[in-house]
Ligand binder design. Structure first.
Ligand code: ZN
Length: 465
Protein backbone atom coordinates (compact mmCIF):
# COMPACT_ATOMS: atom_id res chain seq x y z
CA UNK A 1 0.00 0.00 0.00
CA UNK A 2 1.02 3.62 -0.56
CA UNK A 3 0.88 6.04 2.38
CA UNK A 4 0.95 9.81 2.02
CA UNK A 5 1.91 12.63 4.37
CA UNK A 6 1.21 16.10 3.04
CA UNK A 7 -0.48 19.20 4.45
CA UNK A 8 -2.56 20.13 1.40
CA UNK A 9 -5.49 17.71 1.26
CA UNK A 10 -6.84 18.99 -2.04
CA UNK A 11 -3.48 18.73 -3.84
CA UNK A 12 -3.06 15.08 -2.86
CA UNK A 13 -6.64 14.04 -3.55
CA UNK A 14 -6.69 15.70 -6.95
CA UNK A 15 -3.29 14.29 -7.92
CA UNK A 16 -4.63 10.81 -7.19
CA UNK A 17 -7.74 11.51 -9.21
CA UNK A 18 -5.42 12.03 -12.17
CA UNK A 19 -3.17 9.11 -11.28
CA UNK A 20 -5.91 6.77 -10.17
CA UNK A 21 -4.11 4.29 -7.91
CA UNK A 22 -4.85 2.91 -4.44
CA UNK A 23 -3.37 5.11 -1.69
CA UNK A 24 -4.20 6.32 1.81
CA UNK A 25 -3.16 8.91 4.36
CA UNK A 26 -0.19 7.63 6.32
CA UNK A 27 -0.93 5.92 9.63
CA UNK A 28 2.18 5.25 11.71
CA UNK A 29 0.70 2.01 13.09
CA UNK A 30 0.56 0.45 9.63
CA UNK A 31 3.17 -0.93 7.27
CA UNK A 32 3.53 0.62 3.83
CA UNK A 33 5.35 -0.56 0.75
CA UNK A 34 6.16 3.06 0.02
CA UNK A 35 5.49 6.43 1.65
CA UNK A 36 5.25 9.70 -0.28
CA UNK A 37 6.23 12.56 2.02
CA UNK A 38 8.86 15.12 2.83
CA UNK A 39 11.74 13.50 4.66
CA UNK A 40 11.36 15.95 7.58
CA UNK A 41 7.68 14.97 8.13
CA UNK A 42 8.45 11.30 8.55
CA UNK A 43 9.47 10.38 12.08
CA UNK A 44 10.19 6.68 11.59
CA UNK A 45 13.37 5.46 9.97
CA UNK A 46 13.94 2.70 7.44
CA UNK A 47 10.83 3.46 5.43
CA UNK A 48 10.76 3.24 1.68
CA UNK A 49 10.30 6.93 0.88
CA UNK A 50 9.58 9.00 -2.20
CA UNK A 51 10.91 12.28 -0.89
CA UNK A 52 8.86 15.33 -1.82
CA UNK A 53 11.50 17.75 -0.59
CA UNK A 54 13.43 16.90 -3.74
CA UNK A 55 10.45 17.11 -6.05
CA UNK A 56 7.04 18.26 -4.79
CA UNK A 57 4.72 16.70 -7.33
CA UNK A 58 1.53 17.60 -5.40
CA UNK A 59 2.35 21.29 -5.36
CA UNK A 60 3.37 21.36 -9.01
CA UNK A 61 0.16 19.67 -10.13
CA UNK A 62 -2.16 21.69 -7.91
CA UNK A 63 -0.59 24.93 -9.14
CA UNK A 64 -0.95 23.96 -12.78
CA UNK A 65 -4.58 22.90 -12.45
CA UNK A 66 -5.62 26.04 -10.61
CA UNK A 67 -3.41 28.80 -11.92
CA UNK A 68 -2.61 27.48 -15.35
CA UNK A 69 0.23 28.62 -17.59
CA UNK A 70 0.17 30.60 -20.78
CA UNK A 71 1.54 29.27 -24.07
CA UNK A 72 2.16 25.81 -22.70
CA UNK A 73 2.52 23.05 -25.25
CA UNK A 74 3.00 20.05 -22.98
CA UNK A 75 0.67 18.12 -20.68
CA UNK A 76 3.03 18.75 -17.76
CA UNK A 77 0.79 17.02 -15.18
CA UNK A 78 0.86 13.78 -17.16
CA UNK A 79 4.64 14.09 -17.51
CA UNK A 80 5.02 14.59 -13.72
CA UNK A 81 2.66 11.71 -13.02
CA UNK A 82 4.60 9.47 -15.36
CA UNK A 83 7.71 10.26 -13.34
CA UNK A 84 5.88 9.46 -10.08
CA UNK A 85 4.62 6.20 -11.60
CA UNK A 86 8.19 5.33 -12.59
CA UNK A 87 9.47 6.05 -9.07
CA UNK A 88 6.75 3.88 -7.57
CA UNK A 89 7.44 0.97 -9.86
CA UNK A 90 11.17 1.17 -9.19
CA UNK A 91 10.93 1.62 -5.48
CA UNK A 92 12.53 -1.30 -3.66
CA UNK A 93 9.78 -3.05 -1.73
CA UNK A 94 6.97 -2.01 -4.03
CA UNK A 95 5.17 -4.96 -5.56
CA UNK A 96 2.45 -4.36 -8.10
CA UNK A 97 1.07 -1.06 -9.28
CA UNK A 98 -2.58 -1.01 -10.34
CA UNK A 99 -4.37 2.00 -11.77
CA UNK A 100 -7.38 3.12 -13.78
CA UNK A 101 -5.82 5.05 -16.66
CA UNK A 102 -7.79 7.88 -18.36
CA UNK A 103 -8.51 5.66 -21.35
CA UNK A 104 -11.98 4.13 -21.87
CA UNK A 105 -12.19 0.44 -22.67
CA UNK A 106 -12.18 -0.12 -26.44
CA UNK A 107 -10.66 3.29 -27.22
CA UNK A 108 -7.22 4.88 -27.26
CA UNK A 109 -8.15 8.36 -25.94
CA UNK A 110 -11.06 10.81 -26.01
CA UNK A 111 -11.99 13.86 -28.07
CA UNK A 112 -14.69 16.32 -26.96
CA UNK A 113 -16.35 17.98 -29.96
CA UNK A 114 -17.73 21.44 -29.21
CA UNK A 115 -19.16 24.45 -31.03
CA UNK A 116 -19.64 27.97 -29.69
CA UNK A 117 -22.58 29.80 -31.17
CA UNK A 118 -21.53 33.46 -31.38
CA UNK A 119 -23.47 34.19 -34.56
CA UNK A 120 -26.49 32.50 -36.16
CA UNK A 121 -27.09 34.60 -39.32
CA UNK A 122 -25.65 37.28 -41.58
CA UNK A 123 -28.79 39.33 -41.06
CA UNK A 124 -28.18 39.88 -37.35
CA UNK A 125 -24.64 41.23 -37.82
CA UNK A 126 -23.69 44.88 -38.33
CA UNK A 127 -22.81 46.25 -41.76
CA UNK A 128 -19.29 46.73 -40.49
CA UNK A 129 -18.72 43.07 -39.59
CA UNK A 130 -20.46 41.84 -42.75
CA UNK A 131 -18.38 44.24 -44.87
CA UNK A 132 -15.20 42.95 -43.25
CA UNK A 133 -16.22 39.35 -43.91
CA UNK A 134 -17.00 40.13 -47.56
CA UNK A 135 -13.62 41.83 -47.92
CA UNK A 136 -11.88 38.77 -46.46
CA UNK A 137 -13.85 36.42 -48.69
CA UNK A 138 -12.76 38.37 -51.74
CA UNK A 139 -9.15 38.27 -50.52
CA UNK A 140 -9.48 34.49 -50.39
CA UNK A 141 -10.91 34.50 -53.93
CA UNK A 142 -14.29 33.35 -52.66
CA UNK A 143 -16.16 35.77 -54.91
CA UNK A 144 -19.51 34.00 -55.17
CA UNK A 145 -19.71 33.10 -51.50
CA UNK A 146 -18.63 36.62 -50.54
CA UNK A 147 -21.38 37.99 -52.71
CA UNK A 148 -23.90 35.66 -51.08
CA UNK A 149 -23.08 37.17 -47.70
CA UNK A 150 -23.53 40.66 -49.09
CA UNK A 151 -26.90 39.76 -50.58
CA UNK A 152 -28.01 37.97 -47.43
CA UNK A 153 -27.35 41.17 -45.51
CA UNK A 154 -28.96 43.43 -48.10
CA UNK A 155 -32.21 41.70 -48.85
CA UNK A 156 -35.23 40.62 -46.87
CA UNK A 157 -35.32 37.19 -45.19
CA UNK A 158 -38.04 36.01 -47.57
CA UNK A 159 -35.83 36.80 -50.53
CA UNK A 160 -32.86 34.95 -49.01
CA UNK A 161 -35.03 31.92 -48.36
CA UNK A 162 -36.25 31.92 -51.93
CA UNK A 163 -32.87 32.29 -53.60
CA UNK A 164 -30.36 30.73 -51.25
CA UNK A 165 -32.56 28.40 -49.18
CA UNK A 166 -30.76 29.60 -46.07
CA UNK A 167 -28.65 32.29 -44.51
CA UNK A 168 -24.93 31.53 -45.22
CA UNK A 169 -23.99 31.96 -41.57
CA UNK A 170 -26.60 29.59 -40.29
CA UNK A 171 -24.68 26.31 -40.55
CA UNK A 172 -26.68 24.13 -38.16
CA UNK A 173 -28.02 21.93 -40.96
CA UNK A 174 -24.48 21.35 -42.23
CA UNK A 175 -23.24 20.50 -38.74
CA UNK A 176 -26.08 18.05 -38.27
CA UNK A 177 -25.32 16.57 -41.66
CA UNK A 178 -21.54 16.27 -41.10
CA UNK A 179 -21.97 14.69 -37.71
CA UNK A 180 -24.71 12.34 -38.89
CA UNK A 181 -22.47 11.13 -41.70
CA UNK A 182 -19.68 10.24 -39.33
CA UNK A 183 -22.07 9.04 -36.65
CA UNK A 184 -20.94 11.42 -33.90
CA UNK A 185 -22.64 13.97 -31.68
CA UNK A 186 -21.21 17.21 -30.33
CA UNK A 187 -21.96 20.07 -27.95
CA UNK A 188 -23.31 23.51 -28.85
CA UNK A 189 -22.99 26.44 -26.45
CA UNK A 190 -25.60 29.16 -27.00
CA UNK A 191 -25.46 32.74 -25.69
CA UNK A 192 -28.51 33.03 -23.41
CA UNK A 193 -29.31 36.76 -23.81
CA UNK A 194 -28.94 39.02 -26.81
CA UNK A 195 -27.69 42.64 -26.86
CA UNK A 196 -25.74 42.10 -23.68
CA UNK A 197 -21.98 42.67 -23.79
CA UNK A 198 -21.53 41.66 -20.16
CA UNK A 199 -19.79 43.21 -17.18
CA UNK A 200 -16.75 45.30 -18.20
CA UNK A 201 -16.94 44.06 -21.79
CA UNK A 202 -16.89 46.10 -25.02
CA UNK A 203 -20.04 46.33 -27.09
CA UNK A 204 -18.72 44.00 -29.79
CA UNK A 205 -19.04 41.10 -27.35
CA UNK A 206 -22.84 41.28 -27.62
CA UNK A 207 -24.69 38.47 -29.31
CA UNK A 208 -27.40 39.53 -31.74
CA UNK A 209 -29.63 36.49 -31.80
CA UNK A 210 -32.61 35.21 -29.85
CA UNK A 211 -32.52 31.61 -28.68
CA UNK A 212 -34.23 29.53 -31.34
CA UNK A 213 -36.32 27.24 -29.13
CA UNK A 214 -37.31 24.94 -31.95
CA UNK A 215 -33.71 24.44 -33.04
CA UNK A 216 -32.51 23.80 -29.49
CA UNK A 217 -35.26 21.24 -28.87
CA UNK A 218 -34.43 19.56 -32.15
CA UNK A 219 -30.74 19.35 -31.27
CA UNK A 220 -31.44 17.95 -27.82
CA UNK A 221 -33.93 15.41 -29.14
CA UNK A 222 -31.41 14.39 -31.81
CA UNK A 223 -28.81 13.65 -29.14
CA UNK A 224 -26.68 16.80 -29.29
CA UNK A 225 -25.70 18.60 -26.12
CA UNK A 226 -26.74 22.20 -25.56
CA UNK A 227 -24.96 24.36 -22.99
CA UNK A 228 -24.50 27.99 -21.97
CA UNK A 229 -22.07 30.23 -23.81
CA UNK A 230 -21.69 32.44 -20.77
CA UNK A 231 -21.86 36.22 -20.78
CA UNK A 232 -21.77 37.11 -17.06
CA UNK A 233 -21.84 33.71 -15.39
CA UNK A 234 -18.09 33.90 -14.83
CA UNK A 235 -18.45 37.09 -12.77
CA UNK A 236 -21.75 36.87 -10.93
CA UNK A 237 -23.58 33.89 -9.39
CA UNK A 238 -27.08 35.31 -9.80
CA UNK A 239 -26.51 36.13 -13.45
CA UNK A 240 -24.99 32.68 -13.82
CA UNK A 241 -28.21 31.15 -12.52
CA UNK A 242 -30.29 33.22 -14.93
CA UNK A 243 -28.13 32.20 -17.87
CA UNK A 244 -28.30 28.55 -16.86
CA UNK A 245 -32.09 28.72 -16.53
CA UNK A 246 -32.44 30.02 -20.11
CA UNK A 247 -30.92 26.80 -21.42
CA UNK A 248 -32.24 24.45 -18.75
CA UNK A 249 -35.86 25.34 -19.47
CA UNK A 250 -35.36 24.19 -23.06
CA UNK A 251 -32.92 21.32 -22.64
CA UNK A 252 -33.88 19.90 -19.21
CA UNK A 253 -30.44 18.39 -18.78
CA UNK A 254 -27.35 18.91 -16.70
CA UNK A 255 -25.93 22.18 -18.03
CA UNK A 256 -22.29 22.86 -18.81
CA UNK A 257 -20.76 26.12 -19.92
CA UNK A 258 -18.08 27.71 -22.01
CA UNK A 259 -17.65 31.42 -21.38
CA UNK A 260 -17.78 33.72 -24.40
CA UNK A 261 -14.25 35.00 -25.15
CA UNK A 262 -13.04 32.66 -22.38
CA UNK A 263 -13.40 35.41 -19.75
CA UNK A 264 -12.12 34.15 -16.42
CA UNK A 265 -10.87 35.21 -12.99
CA UNK A 266 -9.80 33.54 -9.73
CA UNK A 267 -13.37 33.17 -8.46
CA UNK A 268 -14.99 32.00 -11.69
CA UNK A 269 -15.01 28.25 -10.94
CA UNK A 270 -16.53 28.87 -7.54
CA UNK A 271 -19.26 31.09 -8.98
CA UNK A 272 -20.10 28.58 -11.69
CA UNK A 273 -20.25 25.84 -9.09
CA UNK A 274 -22.56 27.90 -6.87
CA UNK A 275 -24.83 28.73 -9.79
CA UNK A 276 -25.29 24.99 -10.45
CA UNK A 277 -23.27 24.32 -13.59
CA UNK A 278 -22.21 20.72 -14.08
CA UNK A 279 -18.92 21.53 -15.75
CA UNK A 280 -16.96 24.32 -17.37
CA UNK A 281 -14.86 24.08 -20.51
CA UNK A 282 -13.33 27.56 -20.76
CA UNK A 283 -9.84 26.94 -19.41
CA UNK A 284 -7.81 27.23 -22.60
CA UNK A 285 -6.30 29.82 -24.90
CA UNK A 286 -7.76 32.29 -27.37
CA UNK A 287 -4.42 32.95 -29.00
CA UNK A 288 -2.75 29.55 -28.80
CA UNK A 289 -3.20 25.79 -28.89
CA UNK A 290 -2.05 23.62 -26.00
CA UNK A 291 -2.47 22.90 -22.33
CA UNK A 292 -3.36 25.86 -20.13
CA UNK A 293 -4.07 23.57 -17.14
CA UNK A 294 -1.13 21.33 -18.06
CA UNK A 295 -3.37 18.29 -18.28
CA UNK A 296 -5.35 16.11 -20.68
CA UNK A 297 -7.80 15.19 -17.94
CA UNK A 298 -11.04 16.51 -16.50
CA UNK A 299 -10.44 17.73 -12.93
CA UNK A 300 -11.96 19.46 -9.93
CA UNK A 301 -10.58 22.93 -9.26
CA UNK A 302 -9.65 23.92 -5.70
CA UNK A 303 -12.34 25.29 -3.33
CA UNK A 304 -15.07 23.93 -5.59
CA UNK A 305 -17.42 21.19 -4.47
CA UNK A 306 -18.94 19.67 -7.60
CA UNK A 307 -17.94 21.57 -10.71
CA UNK A 308 -15.48 19.83 -13.01
CA UNK A 309 -13.22 21.49 -15.58
CA UNK A 310 -12.79 20.05 -19.07
CA UNK A 311 -9.79 22.02 -20.36
CA UNK A 312 -9.96 23.46 -23.87
CA UNK A 313 -7.03 22.57 -26.15
CA UNK A 314 -7.64 23.48 -29.78
CA UNK A 315 -9.87 26.15 -31.27
CA UNK A 316 -10.30 27.13 -34.91
CA UNK A 317 -9.71 30.86 -34.44
CA UNK A 318 -6.43 30.45 -32.53
CA UNK A 319 -4.99 28.31 -35.30
CA UNK A 320 -6.04 30.39 -38.27
CA UNK A 321 -6.86 33.98 -37.33
CA UNK A 322 -4.36 36.55 -38.51
CA UNK A 323 -4.09 38.15 -35.07
CA UNK A 324 -3.37 34.79 -33.40
CA UNK A 325 -1.24 31.90 -34.71
CA UNK A 326 -2.18 32.56 -38.35
CA UNK A 327 -1.05 29.09 -39.46
CA UNK A 328 -1.27 27.47 -42.86
CA UNK A 329 -3.29 24.23 -42.91
CA UNK A 330 -0.08 22.18 -42.98
CA UNK A 331 1.38 23.92 -39.98
CA UNK A 332 -1.95 23.80 -38.15
CA UNK A 333 -2.08 20.06 -38.75
CA UNK A 334 1.38 19.68 -37.22
CA UNK A 335 0.39 21.68 -34.16
CA UNK A 336 -2.78 19.63 -33.69
CA UNK A 337 -0.89 16.37 -34.21
CA UNK A 338 1.38 17.29 -31.29
CA UNK A 339 -1.67 17.56 -29.05
CA UNK A 340 -3.27 14.37 -30.36
CA UNK A 341 0.02 12.49 -30.00
CA UNK A 342 0.18 13.37 -26.33
CA UNK A 343 -3.34 11.99 -25.93
CA UNK A 344 -2.26 8.82 -27.68
CA UNK A 345 0.66 8.51 -25.30
CA UNK A 346 -0.98 9.44 -21.99
CA UNK A 347 -4.71 8.98 -22.62
CA UNK A 348 -7.15 11.68 -21.56
CA UNK A 349 -9.17 14.06 -23.68
CA UNK A 350 -8.48 16.59 -26.43
CA UNK A 351 -11.16 19.29 -26.51
CA UNK A 352 -11.88 20.86 -29.89
CA UNK A 353 -13.78 24.10 -30.41
CA UNK A 354 -15.11 24.83 -33.88
CA UNK A 355 -17.43 27.86 -34.05
CA UNK A 356 -20.88 27.51 -35.57
CA UNK A 357 -20.06 29.79 -38.53
CA UNK A 358 -16.63 28.23 -39.22
CA UNK A 359 -18.00 26.15 -42.08
CA UNK A 360 -18.91 29.29 -44.07
CA UNK A 361 -16.87 32.05 -45.73
CA UNK A 362 -14.76 33.90 -44.97
CA UNK A 363 -13.34 31.09 -42.82
CA UNK A 364 -14.06 27.77 -44.54
CA UNK A 365 -12.54 25.84 -41.65
CA UNK A 366 -14.91 22.87 -42.07
CA UNK A 367 -12.45 20.79 -44.12
CA UNK A 368 -9.86 21.00 -41.38
CA UNK A 369 -12.43 19.97 -38.78
CA UNK A 370 -13.31 16.88 -40.81
CA UNK A 371 -9.60 16.11 -41.07
CA UNK A 372 -9.17 16.17 -37.28
CA UNK A 373 -12.28 14.07 -36.77
CA UNK A 374 -11.08 11.51 -39.30
CA UNK A 375 -7.71 11.39 -37.55
CA UNK A 376 -9.38 10.71 -34.20
CA UNK A 377 -11.53 7.97 -35.73
CA UNK A 378 -8.51 6.35 -37.38
CA UNK A 379 -6.75 6.29 -34.04
CA UNK A 380 -9.77 4.73 -32.27
CA UNK A 381 -10.51 7.77 -30.14
CA UNK A 382 -13.88 8.03 -28.41
CA UNK A 383 -15.18 11.23 -29.99
CA UNK A 384 -18.26 12.63 -28.40
CA UNK A 385 -20.05 15.47 -26.61
CA UNK A 386 -18.30 17.31 -23.79
CA UNK A 387 -20.84 16.10 -21.24
CA UNK A 388 -20.14 12.43 -22.06
CA UNK A 389 -16.43 12.91 -21.44
CA UNK A 390 -17.16 14.68 -18.16
CA UNK A 391 -19.52 11.83 -17.19
CA UNK A 392 -16.82 9.28 -17.97
CA UNK A 393 -14.32 11.06 -15.74
CA UNK A 394 -17.01 11.47 -13.07
CA UNK A 395 -17.57 7.70 -13.10
CA UNK A 396 -13.81 7.19 -12.71
CA UNK A 397 -13.56 9.79 -9.94
CA UNK A 398 -16.32 8.10 -7.94
CA UNK A 399 -14.39 4.83 -7.72
CA UNK A 400 -12.21 4.17 -4.73
CA UNK A 401 -9.52 1.58 -5.44
CA UNK A 402 -8.36 -0.90 -2.85
CA UNK A 403 -6.03 -3.78 -3.37
CA UNK A 404 -4.63 -6.73 -1.53
CA UNK A 405 -1.70 -8.89 -2.52
CA UNK A 406 -1.25 -12.29 -1.03
CA UNK A 407 1.58 -14.25 -2.62
CA UNK A 408 0.65 -14.61 -6.24
CA UNK A 409 -2.96 -13.62 -5.68
CA UNK A 410 -4.01 -10.06 -6.34
CA UNK A 411 -7.43 -8.72 -5.43
CA UNK A 412 -8.66 -5.29 -6.45
CA UNK A 413 -11.90 -3.65 -5.31
CA UNK A 414 -13.48 -0.81 -7.24
CA UNK A 415 -15.74 0.58 -4.55
CA UNK A 416 -18.45 2.91 -5.80
CA UNK A 417 -18.29 1.61 -9.36
CA UNK A 418 -21.43 2.59 -11.24
CA UNK A 419 -21.93 1.89 -14.93
CA UNK A 420 -23.45 4.68 -16.97
CA UNK A 421 -25.62 4.20 -20.02
CA UNK A 422 -23.93 5.18 -23.26
CA UNK A 423 -20.57 5.65 -21.54
CA UNK A 424 -17.76 3.16 -22.26
CA UNK A 425 -16.39 1.13 -19.40
CA UNK A 426 -13.10 1.74 -17.65
CA UNK A 427 -10.00 -0.43 -17.66
CA UNK A 428 -7.91 -1.50 -14.72
CA UNK A 429 -4.24 -1.51 -15.58
CA UNK A 430 -2.03 -3.97 -13.77
CA UNK A 431 1.63 -3.20 -14.21
CA UNK A 432 3.06 -6.70 -14.64
CA UNK A 433 4.62 -8.53 -17.55
CA UNK A 434 1.68 -10.09 -19.45
CA UNK A 435 3.41 -13.50 -19.38
CA UNK A 436 3.04 -13.53 -15.61
CA UNK A 437 -0.76 -13.62 -15.80
CA UNK A 438 -2.19 -17.03 -14.98
CA UNK A 439 -5.82 -16.18 -14.52
CA UNK A 440 -8.09 -13.10 -14.42
CA UNK A 441 -11.81 -12.96 -13.72
CA UNK A 442 -12.68 -10.95 -16.81
CA UNK A 443 -11.70 -9.80 -20.27
CA UNK A 444 -8.26 -8.35 -20.61
CA UNK A 445 -5.77 -7.19 -23.21
CA UNK A 446 -2.00 -7.30 -22.95
CA UNK A 447 0.06 -4.15 -23.38
CA UNK A 448 3.73 -3.37 -23.05
CA UNK A 449 4.59 -4.50 -19.51
CA UNK A 450 0.98 -4.29 -18.36
CA UNK A 451 -2.41 -5.87 -18.81
CA UNK A 452 -5.70 -3.98 -18.95
CA UNK A 453 -8.75 -5.68 -17.46
CA UNK A 454 -12.23 -4.48 -18.38
CA UNK A 455 -14.03 -3.09 -15.34
CA UNK A 456 -17.30 -5.04 -15.44
CA UNK A 457 -17.82 -5.30 -11.73
CA UNK A 458 -16.57 -4.09 -8.40
CA UNK A 459 -14.03 -6.85 -7.81
CA UNK A 460 -11.17 -8.08 -9.95
CA UNK A 461 -9.06 -11.07 -8.99
CA UNK A 462 -5.76 -11.93 -10.63
CA UNK A 463 -3.55 -15.00 -10.23
CA UNK A 464 0.07 -14.47 -11.17
CA UNK A 465 2.55 -17.17 -12.12
ZN1 ZN B 1 -17.93 33.03 -28.16
Amino acid sequence: MIGVIYPDKYAVEETFQLLKIPWEWYDSSKDYEVVIAKQEDLKSKGINLIDLSEDDVFKKISNLLNQGVMHNREPLCEIYLDELRRKLKQSKQFTTLVEIPPVPWGYSYMVALTHDVDVTSVKERSWFSVGYAVYNSFLNREFINGLKILLAKSFKKRFIKKWFAKDPWNCFEEWIQIEKEIGLKSSFYFIPFKNLAGIDAPKVREAKYDLDEELIRRLVEGGWEVGVHGIDNWKNVKKGEEELEQIFKLAKLKVGTRIHWLFFDDETWKRLNDAGYYYDTSFGYNDDVGFRAGTLQVYRPERVKNLLELPLNIQDGSLFRRKYLNLSEDKAEKRCNEVFDYAKKYGGVVTLLWHQTSLAVPHNWGGFYRCLVRKGLRESAWMTRAIDVVDWFKMRRDVKLKYLKDGNKLEIWLNGLEMRKGIPKMRLRIHVEPERIKDVNGDYVAGERYVDVRCDNGWIGVMLK
